[in-house]
Design a protein around this ligand. Structure first.
Ligand code: DGL
Length: 260
């Protein structure tokens, strides 16, 4: 039995897509979520800045007594998780674009990856992508501007539609049959993406895999909370405007402003 919370952070509200998967797989766990929206987007920032912000978020979660930390951000994972693991004595779970299942299952030998500049330019992403790229055309696309629109609550806006169409175009020209979502904000775009993509193109995101991995690691370290009780779910954002995050959580959970 371990009632300490699981800590989760992202550059903003997008990591709530991962929180939802964790909540489904581990309903008995207490959780604390940090949205560093004041510093979003992380994607265009340099590696050192992304590391500095990831350290800040991690230390706050550790002050709040978290037993494990989920880096619910591809950009922070690919740029900072190895340093975080060296520095702090708790298990870390990260998220990376799920290239492997797309590459293993593609029939057209072409897959698309939509992610931030920080993720696509990271060494970790390059290593994974070159490991699997043999004979497969991997069409990489930076989703510039998408995170900001989601942070502003413009999920289904005309601007979003135009951006997505332009980002999908080269992928469709290359005849992809898998689209890998490499940013935790993007699962919120799945309804729109499904409208813009031909029926045979499958979308892959890593949320469920991250939740399952979180459960496996908690079990491995004997940190699971098996006790049945109503767990505490805390959500903090460092912008006064809590509405967007509140709406992504369907207004079920209370989002609080916290300066960090
Ligand atoms: N949710 C973050 C990710 O998964 C967005 C990064 C950003 O803020 O640019 O990469």
């Amino acid at each position: 039995m371990n009632k300490q919370p699981i800590g989760i952070f992202d550059s903003g509200v997008g990591g709530t897509s991962i929180w939802k998967e964790i909540h489904n797989v581990l309903p008995n766990e207490n959780t604390i979520y940090l949205a560093d929206s004041i510093n979003a987007p992380y994607g265009p920032k340099g590696k050192d800045k992304i590391l500095e912000l990831s350290i800040k978020n991690t230390e706050l979660l550790l002050e709040k007594n978290c037993k494990l930390i989920v880096v619910a951000c591809n950009t922070a994972t690919t740029n900072a998780i190895s340093v975080l693991r060296e520095r702090y004595n708790v298990p870390f779970i990260g998220i990376e674009p799920a290239i492997k299942p797309a590459v293993l299952n593609t029939k057209t030998n072409a897959i698309g990856i939509l992610a931030t500049k920080g993720t696509l330019s990271s060494a970790l992403f390059h290593n994974t992508s070159s490991l699997y790229s043999n004979g497969i055309n991997i069409v990489e696309q930076i989703g510039e501007g998408i995170v900001q629109l989601i942070e502003n609550g413009e999920l289904e806006s005309e601007k979003m539609n135009t951006l997505l169409k332009s980002y999908l175009k080269p992928m469709l020209v290359a005849n992809i049959d898998y689209l890998v979502l490499g940013c935790t904000h993007y699962p919120y775009l799945i309804p729109m993406l499904n409208k813009l993509l031909p029926k045979h193109v499958k979308i892959i995101d890593s949320g469920l895999a991250v939740a399952k991995q979180t459960k496996a690691v908690l079990k491995q370290f004997n940190l699971l909370n098996a006790e049945l009780f109503t767990p505490k779910k805390k959500f903090f954002i460092n912008l006064q405007n809590t509405e967007v995050m509140q709406s992504l959580l369907d207004d079920v959970f209370d989002v609080k402003y916290l300066k960090f």
